[in-house]
Design a protein around this ligand. Structure first.
Ligand SMILES: C[S@@+](CC[C@H](N)C(=O)[O-])C[C@H]1O[C@@H](n2cnc3c(N)ncnc32)[C@H](O)[C@@H]1O
Length: 349
């Protein structure tokens, strides 16, 4: 009998029931944490796909709504960045690799070729930039597309997470004393996988709405099967969960639960490609909570679109609207590869 129930493949019925419980508890939360109309729609289709195709294939379904690019044009900003930062020989070698395989079973040919070429190019750039990337491996859990380099599975997600980890770690002092990391809107947990691999002994708390919370909980518990997990559950006060939460290596919470967490409980907080899909009052609410939850002199790394258009609600959010000035800005700059994003490392004054 496996000790961790998250490592057993769930049935369609159990996925439905678990998600129903998470959504019901989320609805008890304040307006600011509720998903935008855009995410309500995405969640509906993600839930249907999880139920129909199974958790075991999530890297071919819901993960495509997180950070994987499957449609790119030759003039795409990512391609322009990569081609200008890699030698011509790398681009030529990657054009050759693009046709292996010509088509992934779950994608049309055009998307398969885009995923292959972009993954190979980002991989080369990340190898050059992140000295630790060679030691990391894309987990098989979730059945990722078979993009290989020298027989080894690679991915856009792993390369992008390595670049983000590199930005964070290079910005911290030599002995940063990071014991607990919080991440809002973690998707399936690609950043958590990399940071947990690079920072041994660190505890990680994922804060997200379902179905992403459900997926990351199962994924990270399976990728790190020996770690102690605080599975998501409904609770009414911190005292109810304190002992179990504080001793867990991995914990999973809804955003409607973070107000119950004590001040200063995180050393580092992360948000990638998530706040930019929220209304301004939500961004301000989360910024206030993150500032409360990060300890004095602790850090907050974020990476968002410089300009984002939120579908359905006709909202445009610009880089200058994020309340960064309430923090000490260690850097705020254009992101590597996806140059339409900015990234910033902030320190709590
Ligand atoms: C585009 S995905 C990015 C996921 C991940 N950070 C990555 O880069 O792979 C956006 C994430 O924000 C989460 N999200 C959307 N609305 C949210 C809300 N109101 N509160 C908290 N998280 C939310 C989604 O569930 C998802 O995990």
């Amino acid at each position: 009998m496996p000790s961790n129930p998250n490592t057993v493949t769930p049935t369609a019925e159990s996925i439905r029931l678990d998600l129903k419980a998470m959504f019901a508890d989320l609805q008890r939360g304040r307006l600011e944490v509720q998903p935008s109309k855009y995410w309500v729609e995405l969640n509906r289709s993600d839930e249907a796909q999880l139920v129909a195709v199974g958790f075991e294939n999530f890297k071919r379904t819901v993960a495509k709504h997180y950070f994987t690019w499957t449609q790119i044009w030759p003039w795409d900003s990512q391609l322009r960045f990569l081609m200008s930062h890699l030698p011509l020989t790398a681009t030529c070698a990657n054009i050759f690799r693009t046709f292996q395989p010509i088509k992934h079973q779950h994608m049309p040919i055009s998307q398969s070729l885009a995923v292959n070429f972009l993954s190979q190019m980002i991989w080369d750039y990340a190898l050059k930039t992140c000295p630790f990337l060679d030691k990391l491996a894309e987990p098989e859990i979730g059945n990722p597309p078979r993009v290989l380099r020298n027989g080894r599975l690679i991915s856009q997600d792993l390369a992008n997470s390595a670049l983000e980890a590199q930005s964070i770690l290079a910005g911290l002092p030599e002995k940063p004393g990071v014991k607990r990391v919080g991440e809002l809107g973690a998707g399936y947990g690609r950043n958590a996988h990399v940071l947990l691999s690079l920072l041994p002994g660190v505890r990680y708390v994922v804060i997200d709405i379902p179905p992403a919370l459900y997926v990351s909980q199962r994924y990270l518990s399976s990728v790190f099967p020996t770690r102690k997990v605080f599975n998501w559950r409904s609770f009414n006060s911190y005292a109810e969960i304190q002992a179990e939460f504080e001793s867990a290596d991995l914990a999973f919470l809804l955003p409607s639960q973070i107000e119950m967490l004590p001040d200063g409980c995180f050393d580092l907080f992360v948000n990638v490609s998530s706040l930019h899909e929220m209304r301004l009052e939500q961004i301000k609410y989360y910024f206030a909570q993150i500032r409360r939850l990060v300890r004095d002199q602790g850090w907050f790394y974020l990476k968002e679109w410089k300009v984002s258009h939120i579908p359905y609600e006709n909202i445009v959010i610009r880089e200058e609207e994020y309340p960064l000035a309430e923090w000490k800005i260690l850097f705020e700059r254009e992101a590597m590869v996806q140059t339409k994003f900015f990234e910033a490392l902030l320190q709590r004054p």
